[in-house]
Design a protein. Structure first.
Length: 358
């Protein structure tokens, strides 16, 4: 009986390991072994079982780990040598996640698996979606990373559209925040939010008169297949940063007053809806996703004032099954030289075709 109680106590203690101070071991002496473990983890999905998890602190039902400094540095060094940040520019960021994943693997078909420039044992890398316009690609060899970064990017022509994709060295979140801050310090941009249709012809001169000289006016239709007039983005002389305004009020000849909100790099921006003047914790899409378990509320436009009755009841939205539904995959003729030495026909461009309405 006592042995059973002791065994039960051991099991309970195994479930909730006690906190202990982290021994700041210098793992640089074991760099080769740690890098081997990193390769097994990222390449083969074999998790290290005896790696120092870091100093642990418990607060209720939440646990925080502070990683060992030298172990973290070795991990970052390994990732920088084997990972590329892939950025989907302009209209390419509207492609679905599956299309972005297919695109990277299609690049592998042309660059790696059919090329004599890389080791014959090179295999497919792994893709981690980081956001609407970015993903991390963990390659199987350093040569692939070096090649991609040297190329810098590629343009993929699909029918009348061209999709721009950039390749950048991988950075930690802290490095990326610092780079973004440096970029914000060098540039000054203003976004006019939800411009009334009848003020669109005047918005350029109004911004320039109220704030400062405009250097560049970005195109409003970032997704050419789906042109829209919603927000406008202006690059303004950095010297005019002190003239930033929060709102424009426009009085029409009929006496109507129209409001245009202005945002810059210091304005709060939601990481879920990608819209200004609120954060993720206050986002209606986030509340909808939490209440429905990640359902359709996440994909509903933020400006839509009300949901359909079927959505409120939690029912499924009606789907279309007519002749204009999804079509079988088709081979897309390139009509010219394939970019960066691989065949467009060999890519999984059926996904791109569907995403662009082809």
């Amino acid at each position: 009986m006592e042995e059973a109680e002791e065994a039960r106590g051991e099991r309970l203690s195994a479930r909730s390991p006690p906190t202990r101070p982290s021994d700041q071991v210098n793992y640089w002496e074991e760099e080769e072994r740690i890098e081997t473990l990193m390769g097994l983890c990222f390449d083969d999905g074999v998790y290290p079982t005896e790696l120092d998890p870091g100093e642990m602190s418990v607060q209720g039902r939440e646990v925080k780990f502070k990683l060992n400094t030298s172990l973290e540095e070795i991990k970052v060094k390994w990732l920088k040598e084997r990972t590329v940040s892939v950025i989907f520019k302009e209209n390419a960021r509207f492609l679905s996640r599956s299309v972005k994943d297919d695109t990277i693997h299609a690049f592998e078909n042309g660059w790696v698996l059919r090329s004599d420039n890389f080791p014959t044992e090179t295999r497919r890398g792994r893709v981690k979606i980081e956001g609407p316009n970015a993903l991390s690609y963990v390659a199987k060899s350093r040569e692939v990373v070096t090649y991609m970064i040297h190329e810098g990017g590629v343009e993929i022509p699909v029918r009348t559209a061209r999709y721009k994709i950039q390749f950048k060295p991988w950075m930690t979140k802290a490095e990326f925040r610092e780079l973004r801050q440096q970029e914000d310090d060098r540039t000054f941009w203003v976004v006019a939010i939800q411009i009334p249709l009848d003020d669109m012809p005047f918005i350029f001169t109004q911004i320039q008169r109220a704030i400062g000289r405009i250097i560049l006016a970005h195109r409003p239709d970032t997704d050419p297949p789906r042109p829209a007039l919603v927000n406008t983005h202006f690059d303004i002389e950095p010297e005019a940063r002190g003239n930033m305004k929060d709102k424009l009020w426009i009085t029409t000849s009929n006496g109507d007053e129209q409001e245009v909100k202005l945002a810059c790099s210091t304005a709060p921006k939601c990481q879920i809806s990608k819209q200004f003047f609120h954060v993720a914790a206050d986002c209606r899409r986030n509340r909808g996703r939490q209440s429905s378990g990640g359902g359709g509320a996440f994909n509903a436009p933020l400006q839509q004032p009300a949901q359909s009755e079927a959505s409120k009841r939690g029912g499924q939205r009606p789907s279309y099954h007519g002749p204009l539904g999804p079509q079988p995959p088709q081979r897309i003729p390139t009509g010219g030289v394939d970019p960066v030495g691989f065949s467009i026909a060999a890519m999984n461009l059926f996904s791109l075709q569907e995403a662009t309405g082809g």
